[in-house]
Ligand binder design. Structure first.
Ligand SMILES: NC(=O)c1ccc[n+]([C@@H]2O[C@H](COP(=O)([O-])OP(=O)(O)OC[C@H]3O[C@@H](n4cnc5c(N)ncnc54)[C@H](OP(=O)(O)O)[C@@H]3O)[C@@H](O)[C@H]2O)c1
Length: 353
């Protein structure tokens, strides 16, 4: 039973990813199941891990990439009673899921309906869950509200637009000008960040509607004070990532330029965390972290992901999978992610199909 894995032995660009083949799959430990992976992540966050730019986790080399997975249990470790071989499950792994097999604690797994296509359902774990919990749990957005979504053409942003459409929440999406038709296709208003009037247009919309009920920001492209002024009283700002700063770096993550970039990126992260700590009581500013949220509220992870699988089963949501890659094609997927050449999501297909 061979086990292919996508590994990183030295941090760096897309060229550092490599496929290794182990002679056998690892056995599950106590309380674990082994999963035959069907589909796994190829996302911006995998790129951050590959470059050692991921601020919320200490990374040790060599590592296997892969932030999440869908697959079937194929072996059960001692003490596991909740799952049996053949059960279909999903998990958030942070690393380790770009592989044929992964051993995971049974405790945290979420059941996946048999009828769902693994490649279509995989974006629900990291991208959709981030959008769902940022909008609803942290942003408290509700039907009829108007929300602002930065990075609206990416994995998280497009998931947010899809969820808004399904839930009757009005959305304004911010992305580059070439994504206008895509974003308007979700019934959202559109503002291009690469247009000199972007800030004025967003201020104008905020004035028209009396401020946004929630702002979801996985990009962090504008000054925080400017963005917060667009909230309505009681509105909530939820940051989730820094794709704007990382995009601007254009692959310059080494040498002096890289160091300056990393310091700037770290300062942005720290500023949001401090503001979030100060507004803990009101919830006005939050930094959403999917793993921390899961750790603090394991039930939310199970309930919300189950709700998302239900929505997909009923065709209430429609993840946009722009590209499907086999494990030996992963370097090309990483190149596209790093170049910002993706609408929606790329997915790794590990099935035998
Ligand atoms: N905190 C968490 O738990 C969590 C969970 C998931 C993801 N994330 C983070 O969230 C971020 C986004 O992830 P993703 O998977 O959605 O990335 P992605 O697919 O690469 O999308 C990035 C988006 O940002 C947009 N963008 C780039 N520069 C911008 C700017 N100056 N202003 C507004 N939008 C801009 C891009 O638009 P164009 O393509 O049109 O340029 C694109 O829509 C990443 O930093 C990721 O690590 C965090």
């Amino acid at each position: 039973m061979k086990n292919r894995r996508l590994i990183v032995e030295a941090f760096g660009g897309p060229e550092v990813v490599r496929v290794v083949t182990d002679a056998s799959a690892p056995p599950p430990g106590v309380g674990e199941v082994r999963i035959r992976v069907e589909a796994s992540s190829l996302v911006f966050t995998d790129m951050l891990i590959r470059r050692d730019l991921y601020p919320v986790m200490e990374l040790k080399l060599p590592l296997t990439l892969g932030y999440d997975l869908i697959g079937r249990v194929d072996a059960v470790g001692e003490g596991v009673t909740a799952f049996s071989p053949g059960d279909r499950v999903a998990d958030l792994t942070q690393i380790g899921a770009n592989a044929d097999y992964a051993c995971r604690p049974a405790e945290g797994l979420v059941a996946v309906p048999d009828g769902l296509d693994a490649v279509q359902a995989e974006p629900l774990i990291l991208s959709y869950l981030t959008a769902y919990q940022s909008l609803l749990r942290f942003g408290k957005a509700a039907r009829g509200d108007t929300v602002l979504i930065y990075g609206a053409s990416g994995g998280v942003g497009l998931a947010a637009l899809d969820l808004c459409r399904a839930m009757g929440i009005n959305a304004v999406g911010v992305a580059s000008a070439k994504r206008e038709a895509l974003i308007r296709g979700y019934g959202a208003r559109f503002v291009a960040y690469d247009n000199a009037n972007a800030a004025r247009q967003l201020d104008q919309i905020a004035r028209e509607i009396g401020g946004f009920a929630a702002i979801l920001d996985p990009a962090r492209g504008e000054r925080l004070g400017i963005v917060l002024a667009r909230l309505k009283p009681g509105g909530r700002f939820v940051a989730a990532g820094f794709s704007a700063a990382l995009r601007r770096a254009k692959g310059q993550f080494t040498g002096l330029a890289g160091l300056i970039g990393k310091i700037g990126f770290g300062l942005q992260f720290l500023t949001i965390k401090i503001k979030a700590a100060r507004s803990r009581k009101t919830g006005r500013v939050a930094f959403y972290d999917i793993s921390e949220t899961r750790q603090k509220n394991p039930n939310w992870f199970r309930e919300d992901l189950t709700a998302l699988f239900g929505m997909l089963s009923e065709s209430a949501i429609h993840p946009l999978v722009e590209g499907v890659f086999k494990i030996d094609e992963a370097a090309e997927a990483h190149r596209r992610i790093e170049a910002g050449d993706v609408q929606g999501r790329l997915v790794m297909d590990l099935s035998d199909k």
